[in-house]
Ligand binder design. Structure first.
Ligand code: HEC
Ligand code: HEC
Length: 497
């Protein structure tokens, strides 16, 4: 388990507006969503069912979720970016998606919407599900926690000019008034539910949140891993998967569970592969400076723009803003070193669930990586070989080729690497140095170089072996929903022996 995650005393003293629960109420449901706008839906394994077990509000939410008319260009629904056939994640490998206007590109990769129903509201001092780790920033929706509930979250894409691009709440409500499901809407929320713009808009949020919470397709628990932890038939992990699980859990190997918490989680859930906290792990900047970069983020063309997660700029005026210069920026002496820390929140992003990560082709908040193995290799060599991941300058001699998985194709001996280049230098002390990125924690606790956790020296041996990497990727594969045990156990091939 993770030891102490540093938390600044001053953070605890900061007040936090009370925030609501994690979305609509969870009614019993056996139905699930589909990629279509029809009443019939398909679950994770492709079976079609009907909506009869969803509450009326959730049935409305389902219609709304798939309604392309709810965008400015009448060409984009929630499902365009959160595709049910891709675990409600993006249906392509693009780092960021196009908006309804067909021109604007987003600033973050699209997360999966699965397994969000257990997410607690954001708090600077959230309880950790492991029951031992010190309270720390955690919970909330969006990669910076700026939406307190699923219902609140819905406003953001609907009105965001670079996403669904509706001119106003009124424009959204007008669409709902003339929708085929307007009658159902009134049945669910009352005869006058579409009259008042603000009330109707709030009901739209509630309806979508109810769908996301109630429909089992958002939390199917239909992976091989679920069969394994439930001791069910078909859940026998292969030797390779078992080794991968051990790498995942061992503090002296992957140490993945320190953040992607595997154990019993909130509200009786288990194996969510996240502790809902926010960590700074130093993803490389996704910009045009990377040779052959398939999809740099346009916002990064501005060298003064940094997406810093919890400290903005996206969560600027919301209830948990830690933007530099605001009262909640959190400047404080580091509790372990006494050194001044300008803003401990900068660079921290939500720890995502790893369920269905194997079926994604874009990873991290800025979509910098496109393969699971590459992510694991980043964890393994971020500190030992930063020249693989971050741009360098200077140096002498002939450039040598980096391994094929590296973002930077070559490196020059003696060059200076701009490590953690997607965070202004003054905040780089916030970067997590726990294993496997760095060398774990000292007795003083804390997880950053500033408070004692050690970076792994450049040029030293990475923590994971080639076998560990292979096995770990095999284990991550068992976290994908829709698993059907084969009639006969395979005796050879990838991820078996
Ligand atoms: C153009 C693509 C796009 C569309 C359309 C879109 N989203 Fe998203 N969604 C995103 C991105 C990108 C993020 C991450 C944003 C961030 O962290 O700032 C996100 C985040 C979310 C989250 C938070 C997930 C988490 O892990 O906390 C939820 C919930 C969500 N979207 C629901 C919806 C709903 C409901 C709709 C329709 C009303 C919708 N989205 C439409 C791209 C999209
Ligand atoms: C110190 C906490 C921490 C540890 C330890 C950790 N992770 Fe992560 N992981 C994160 C955070 C935070 C993100 C999101 C980073 C971002 O968006 O920039 C993440 C993202 C990921 C993603 C991308 C998922 C997605 O949807 O984009 C994968 C895959 C992943 N981690 C796998 C692993 C594996 C495998 C290990 C162990 C070798 C591991 N992580 C160890 C915190 C951690």
């Amino acid at each position: 388990m993770r030891k102490v995650l540093q938390l600044f005393v001053s953070c605890a003293a900061l007040t936090l507006a009370a925030c609501g629960g994690g979305g609509g109420s969870g009614g019993a449901s056996v139905t699930s969503a589909a990629g279509t706008q029809t009443a019939a839906t398909s679950n994770a394994t492709g079976t079609t069912t009907n909506t009869s077990n969803l509450s009326l509000a959730a049935q409305v939410g389902q219609k709304l979720f798939f309604d392309q008319n709810l965008s400015g260009g009448k060409n984009q629904s929630c499902a365009s970016c959160h595709d049910p056939n891709y675990a409600y994640g993006p249906p392509n490998s693009l780092a960021v998606q196009l908006g309804s206007d067909g021109l604007s590109k987003g600033q973050r990769a699209v997360p999966s919407l699965r397994y969000k129903d257990m997410t607690p509201p954001y708090s600077d001092v959230a309880e950790n599900p492991d029951g031992v780790t010190t309270s720390a920033p955690g919970g909330g929706f969006m990669l910076d926690g700026r939406a307190p509930t699923l219902a609140d979250q819905v406003t953001l894409p609907l009105l965001n000019p670079i996403e669904m691009n509706n001119a106003s709440k009124e424009a959204v409500v007008q669409t709902a008034r003339s929708a085929s499901y307007a009658a159902l809407f009134k049945q669910a929320f009352g005869a006058n539910a579409l009259d008042d713009t603000d009330a109707a808009f709030a009901s739209i949020g509630q309806a979508i949140a109810a769908f996301e919470t109630e429909d089992v397709s958002f939390h199917p628990y239909k992976s091989k891993y679920d069969l394994y932890i439930g001791n069910k038939i078909g859940g026998t992990l292969t030797p390779a998967e078992m080794r991968g699980l051990a790498v995942f859990n061992r503090e002296d190997r992957g140490n993945c569970l320190a953040c992607h918490f595997q154990g019993a989680n909130f509200n009786g859930s288990t194996g969510l592969m996240t502790d809902f906290t926010y960590q700074a792990i130093g993803a490389p900047r996704n910009d045009r400076s990377i040779p052959n970069n398939p999809d740099p983020i346009p916002a990064n063309d501005d060298p003064s723009y940094f997406d810093m997660g919890l400290c903005g700029p996206a969560n600027d005026d919301s209830y948990n803003s830690h933007k530099p210069g605001t009262p909640k920026a959190g400047a404080a002496p580091d509790p372990f070193t006494g050194a001044n820390n300008p803003n401990p929140y900068c660079g921290r992003f939500k720890v995502p669930t790893l369920r269905n990560a194997a079926s994604r082709s874009v990873f991290f908040h800025n979509g910098i990586f496109h393969a699971l193995e590459q992510v694991v290799r980043f964890y393994n060599t971020r500190d030992t070989n930063p020249e693989y991941w971050y741009p360098s300058s200077g140096g002498t001699g002939t450039a040598t080729a980096n391994p094929p998985y590296a973002l930077q194709p070559t490196s020059v001996p003696g060059a200076t690497v701009d490590k953690f280049n997607d965070l202004p230098a003054m905040y780089r002390g916030n970067i997590d140095e726990e294993a496997p990125l760095g060398q774990g924690q000292t007795d003083a606790g804390g997880s950053t170089a500033l408070n004692g956790a050690q970076p792994r020296p450049a040029g030293s041996t990475p923590q994971l072996s080639e076998q560990d990497i292979k096995d770990l990727v095999c284990f991550l594969g068992v976290l994908s929903d829709g698993y059907q045990p084969p009639a006969e156990a395979p005796t050879g091939g990838t991820c078996v022996n």
